[in-house]
Ligand binder design. Structure first.
Ligand code: B12
Ligand code: SF4
Length: 486
């Protein structure tokens, strides 16, 4: 009999920003299993908000043979709780974990968590398929032959060789969003869905894990298939806006243009946003994106100091950052930037250069992310090598608080600077400016500003009532380094 698989997206820890997005990883895994005839279901904890007891009941009801849980570093502890609930409810089920955190911390996870049976490292579709087949054939003793896993046998941990990356990602089915309550992924009344049109990043910024997850080679989907998926998102799920979550959407400029051409040809006019590097855009390309209804572009600016950009091995200049922001604004696209603060070597003066850069270039939205040494990154090795005290509470790894102690810049200094910056940036006039622009992204930015203004409680009650209050979703202001630009 074919194995039944339950895939789980864990909740965020309460202290982390709650960014609500369909997890593409789980959705792709479900699609590939289904395509191969396996029974699949999904538990999406950030939406269903089940207690530990309710989760156990849910597992007992579904009776899966395999429970697979995804996790980033920040969701590692909640993910372990899910695995515990699964093992408690169904002691004979096979428990798997995958995602960026355990890909790197595979052996540590298995040694500290007896409830986890197998770690799937890196890209998971083919590996999970192979495991599901082994479970169906009752031949789990052959685990030693499955590439890309780390597992425990007779108390010993085995780290099998890596699995080669999928060469042609066009062979993957569309992600199985039908397993999610898509109507819950709404912002300001619009269903806002993600798409990925390429995998892999050729760059190696020191704080980022992207190339470790999807490789350094840029593997791209055919523009025509991309637009098929956009039409499907619009027609089947009622997408009202789409986030292109490629690490660097415009890495291959010709392909980005071909996607825009295809969208125009097929009259796909959904508002959309994308993430890219400032050195992979030109004014001509930005004009093309704008003409295809790209309303927001995220650039990974990272710093206003060349010294810090070089330390992060970003491979861009302050000048390129300023020019790209200027071009995008000139063609009409709103610009969101992310900056990394508190990186080793950053002094209050260098941090000030970043704040000055933002004031000078006036992007439409700013994510200030605190430098987080995710395991597996060069930054992690650097902080370890410096011998600086680092938090071991993974729930803190969400870029809105400092997780290591820099002798050059204290948590208090960073928090003070951030607070002063946002208090100044999200002014009533910012709110009014954004609300006057009627596009989806400007409206969302207006709402974020309103959230901030309300947080500061500087608005009279009548103003709140007239602005129809805040969004139900507490969106992550943190965003993060990668999606805010390659
Ligand atoms: C889209 C995206 C988001 C989206 C959606 C997140 C989500 N849960 O899917 C949003 C904006 C919400 C987001 C938020 C955050 N993100 Co993010 N995000 C990305 C991005 C750009 C692409 C991820 C993606 O969809 N890839 C495509 C899918 C198909 O791949 P995948 O998710 O990795 O899944 C595959 C494998 O990992 C594996 N797999 C995953 N889970 C499982 C489970 C099982 C059982 C198995 C078998 C296999 C398996 O198989 C999947 C298919 O191949 C990556 C960068 C990157 N290139 O990886 C960063 C990235 C994952 N994010 C990162 C971070 C830090 C965050 C935040 C903490 C930021 C913040 N300040 O809040 C939050 C945490 C959110 C969370 N719960 O995971 C880091 C993670 C580093 C780490 N160790 O944690 C990354 C790697 C970027 C970076 N800076 O290095 N993110
Ligand atoms: S930050 Fe962007 S460009 Fe740098 S490695 Fe990560 S995905 Fe690539």
């Amino acid at each position: 009999m074919k194995a039944h698989v339950t895939l789980v997206n864990p909740s965020y820890p309460v202290e982390a920003p709650q960014a609500i997005f369909i997890p593409l990883g789980i959705s792709y895994l479900a699609a590939v299993l289904e395509e191969n005839g396996f029974e699949v279901d999904v538990i999406d904890c950030p939406i269903s908000r089940l207690t530990q007891k309710e989760l156990e009941t849910e597992f007992k009801k579904r009776q899966p043979d395999i429970v697979g849980v995804t996790s980033a570093t920040v969701t590692y502890l909640p993910a372990l709780e899910v695995v515990k609930a699964a093992k408690h409810a169904l002691p004979n089920c096979l428990t798997l974990m995958g995602g960026p955190h355990v890909t790197v911390m595979d052996e540590q996870t298995l040694s500290e968590s007896p409830e986890v049976d197998i770690i799937v490292r890196g890209e998971g579709e083919q590996t999970l398929l192979e495991l599901a087949k082994l479970v169906s054939d009752r031949s789990l003793k052959n685990l030693g032959e499955v590439a890309g896993i780390t597992f425990r046998k007779n108390g010993q941990i085995f780290h099998n060789p890596d699995r080669p990356l999928i060469k042609n990602i066009d062979e993957l089915p569309f992600p199985a969003h039908k397993h999610f309550e898509v109507s819950m992924y709404r912002i300001l009344g619009r269903t806002y869905l993600p798409i990925i049109t390429s995998r892999g990043c050729p760059y190696q910024c020191t704080f980022c894990l992207a190339s470790r997850m999807c490789g350094r080679g840029f593997r791209a989907r055919n523009p025509s298939k991309v637009v098929d998926e956009l039409e499907w998102l619009r027609d089947t799920f009622g997408a009202g806006a789409v986030a292109f979550y490629d690490d660097t959407f415009t890495f291959d400029v010709k392909r980005a243009v071909a996607i825009c051409d295809e969208m125009q040809k097929r009259k796909v006019s959904l508002p959309w946003d994308c993430r890219t590097r400032v050195d992979r855009v030109s004014k001509e390309l930005l004009t093309k994106l704008w003409n295809t209804n790209c309303q927001l572009i995220h650039f990974g600016v990272e710093s206003g100091s060349q010294k810090m950009l070089d330390a992060m091995k970003k491979g861009t200049t302050v000048e390129q950052n300023a020019t790209a922001i200027k071009w995008a604004k000139e063609v009409g696209i709103s610009v969101a930037i992310s900056v990394v603060v508190g990186y080793p070597g950053e002094t209050p003066e260098l941090l000030k250069q970043t704040i000055d850069f933002i004031r000078r270039t006036e992007p439409d939205y700013v994510y200030i992310c605190e430098a987080v040494p995710y395991p597996g990154t060069e930054l992690y090795d650097l902080v370890k090598a410096l011998g600086w005290e680092m938090s071991t509470d993974w729930s803190q790894f969400h870029e809105q608080t400092q997780v290591f102690k820099s002798p050059l810049l204290s948590l208090q200094q960073i928090e003070k600077t951030k607070k002063a910056f946002y208090d100044h940036y999200f002014s009533v006039s910012y709110y009014l400016r954004k609300s006057r622009r009627k596009d989806f992204y400007s409206q969302t930015m207006a709402r974020m500003a309103l959230n901030h203004l309300v947080g500061r409680a500087k608005l009279p009650r009548w103003f709140l009532a007239s602005s129809k209050m805040l969004s139900r979703q507490q969106q992550s202001r943190g965003g993060h380094s990668t999606p805010s630009g390659g």
